[in-house]
Design a protein around this ligand. Sequence first.
Ligand code: SF4
Length: 342
Amino acid sequence: MSEQTAGVQALTLHTITEDNWQADLRDSIRSASALLNAVNLSADDLGEHERAALEFPIRVPLPFVARMIPGDPHDPLLRQVITDRAETLPAAGFTEDPLEEANANALPGLIHKYKSRVLLMPTSACAVHCRYCFRRHFPYADNRLDETALANIINYIKQNSEINEVILSGGDPLILDDIALDKLMTVLEGVTQLKRLRIHTRLPVVIPARLTDVLAERLQTSSLNTAMVIHCNHPAELDASLIQRLRQWRNRGITLLNQSVLLSGVNDSAETLAQLSERLDDAGVLPYYLHLTDPVAGTAHFHTDDTQAIGIHRALRAALPGYLVPRLVREIAGETSKRVVS
Ligand code: SF4
């Protein structure tokens, strides 16, 4: 993951235009000591944090830190981004590529797992480094999307006529500025077999200012059916300012969905997840999937077992109308779609 910054620089389409959100990005916290200091906490052993950060550095934007509760070492937002000694310990069954994405990495910058849709990774960079990330070991250095790689991907799509949807993933595609995204969308809009463009992003959750008017208008006017899937895990992530911005996008007719990951010590209770769905509803965002964690090396401390997960989901169904209950799913290497667990 130390390749992430280099990865975004390699994208030749990228044009720097400083905006508020980019200042938030630039000023992100990048060490455990700074993060703990910002929330009035101290560490027993900073060396443990530094060891865990060697492979996957800390990165947390200040607008996300501002939503943490000062002095609470168990804050659910802090837990998602603070290094933990457990990351450095081996755990049986947890591997670097449990989803076997290497087998689906059809071309640099492209993953083709499911028949009608492909994942295009315009960047390896993220605004926040989530400690539970399932791509924390992904070979981003081999997946830089320069203009040649993009041309090869477009040819690949044209040669596979069943592909009708491109999913921008990463990394976080909204790291690209609006000019770069416009250029990329224009290229994709030129492929007549494509019907849909989906953007998966956590960036607006950690830096709400990323929801710019320019981007909203670009999505609204696209010839493709567009949807933005945010990745929000806890109701405390949805403060009033983020709810208001999302609601504005929804009022403009932009399809907004949410995916969460069920994370031990963060959101592993029906009450918390029900609150999350309620706030998503306030923001005009439909809860879509609740993912079980993938067995990725370094993330075992976030794992919940299936029995607990199914029990939580059953209680969630009892608490909410059906359209606010995300499907509980898991991804299994080689399967033709996500598997619905409950
Ligand atoms: S934003 Fe997504 S890809 Fe980036 S570190 Fe977090 S979980 Fe991983």
